[in-house]
Design a protein around this ligand. Structure first.
Ligand code: GLV
Ligand code: MN
Ligand code: MN
Length: 415
């Protein structure tokens, strides 16, 4: 074990703050929507740093960026680490960015020590992890892992109808490499927790044993547009009233499956959205999460029954379409052990934890031994401009990431 290797926490922090200038928002957060000009600027900054660190850069057809540091035996599959640079519209400075720049800091530290790994190490920037501009999330890693085919990935469109393929070409990141289809020795992703548990338990590092499952839906409610004045209350088929009751039902389904269920409506469109026309159509999304698949199935049944019952009461039509799903995902036993071993040797306060958020690691777990490293974030707040994390925790997570990567890159499984 390379105990003499240390990461430079100050350099990591400076890099995070430099990246945070790109798309900085008034309230101290970041807006760097996937494949926007600002996302391109962030990608360019990362690539410049990675080249300065001696890496070669490859970009695949989904725009995923791979910065490679060779090993002694370059026939071995690389150990991958990374995350994403895109953000929510009102995102923070650490979600995703930390995993990318912690990976870069690992490479810089290896360089400083002149340390050669057996297998190559690659830092990856996955395209469109957030799925905020182009739903669903984790699409770059999803295509890499073979969950989606390339056409599906390239044809995801934003609200203006612009596709991932078009926007990749526009910002110069439509790479020529095949997306996926190559062996990966192991995948590690460092991330802020995005929830309150580590902070409440006063732990510096979370050993992530897996991620909870998610089911996302698109719900369309159809009523009848009519004049807001002459139409008596009894004759109305108001799609927004139906949607409001359905949204309340979604929230109740979350509470009904406490303490672990999460149920969110985060996006809604009302049509025609005119003050004096009774709404004829509402489109909204549902995000269900739970660590157990059976509970997600029960929540699915409750959603469909509640939406139909509410629609029937008001005389509406409703369509509940499942849009995206992944089951609860356990991570790899040996990779988890590599993270736990690193954190124990370093002596950081730690605990096992299940990820509440989706991460590229969920899809990578299908094609490579995978684990994650979490660090706390202030008040557990994320997907918010005030998202914050302590430099010492970020450094601790990065030091653990380094040792976990070394455990795999120096004792690689033969392909
Ligand atoms: C990713 O940000 C998620 O919504 O879990
Ligand atoms: Mn993230
Ligand atoms: Mn996020």
């Amino acid at each position: 074990m390379a105990t003499n290797l240390t990461i430079d926490g100050d350099r990591l922090w400076q890099s995070l703050m430099a990246m945070a200038k790109i798309g900085a928002t008034e309230k101290g957060g970041n807006c760097r929507l996937a494949l926007s000009d600002l996302d391109r600027d962030g990608r360019d900054l990362f690539i410049g740093w990675a080249k300065d660190a001696g890496c070669t850069i490859g970009v695949d057809k989904m725009g995923n960026i791979f910065a490679r540091r060779p090993g002694r035996n370059n026939a071995l599959p690389p150990v991958l680490t990374g995350s994403h640079l895109d953000t929510q519209p009102t995102g923070g400075r650490f979600d995703g960015v930390y995993g990318v720049l912690a990976g870069l800091e690992v490479i810089r530290s290896l360089n400083d020590a002149g340390f050669e790994t057996e297998a190559p190490v690659e830092v990856v920037v996955w395209t469109n992890e957030e799925g905020s501009r182009f739903p669903p999330p984790m699409i770059g890693s999803g295509v890499f892992a073979g969950v989606f085919d390339l056409d599906y990935g390239l044809n995801r469109a934003d609200l203006e109808g612009k596709t991932i393929g078009q926007e990749l070409a526009r910002i110069g990141f439509a790479g020529d490499r095949a997306c996926g289809g190559r062996a990966v020795g192991a995948y590690f992703e460092a991330h802020i927790e995005q929830g309150p548990i580590l902070e409440a338990e006063q732990k510096m590092v979370g050993v992530v044993t897996g991620a909870q499952g998610q089911r996302w839906y698109e719900v369309t409610v159809i009523g009848q547009e009519a004049h807001a004045g002459p139409t008596p209350m009894k004759r109305r088929r108001d799609a927004l009233v139906g949607a409001a009751r359905m949204i309340d039902a979604v929230n109740r389904i979350g509470h009904d499956h406490a303490p672990y269920a999460c149920a969110t409506v985060g996006f809604a469109q009302v049509s025609p959205n005119s003050r004096n026309t009774i709404p004829g159509k509402v489109f909204f999304t549902v995000d269900f999460r739970h660590p157990e698949d059976a509970t997600l199935t029960a929540m699915d049944g409750a959603l469909r029954a509640d939406c139909q019952r509410i629609a029937d009461t008001i005389g509406l039509q409703v369509e509940v379409k499942e849009f995206w799903y992944f089951p609860p995902t356990p991570f790899d036993r040996d990779c988890i052990a590599a993270v736990r071993g690193a954190v124990e040797r370093a002596g950081y306060a730690h605990m096992d934890i299940i990820s509440g958020a989706g991460h590229d690691a969920v899809y990578m777990a299908r094609v490579a031994p995978t684990a994650m490293v979490f660090v706390p974030c202030e008040n557990g707040i994320s997907h918010n401009e005030v998202e914050n994390a302590r430099p010492e925790d970020l450094a601790a997570g990065c030091a653990v990431l380094l040792q976990a990567i070394l455990a795999r890159a120096n004792a690689p499984a033969m392909p």
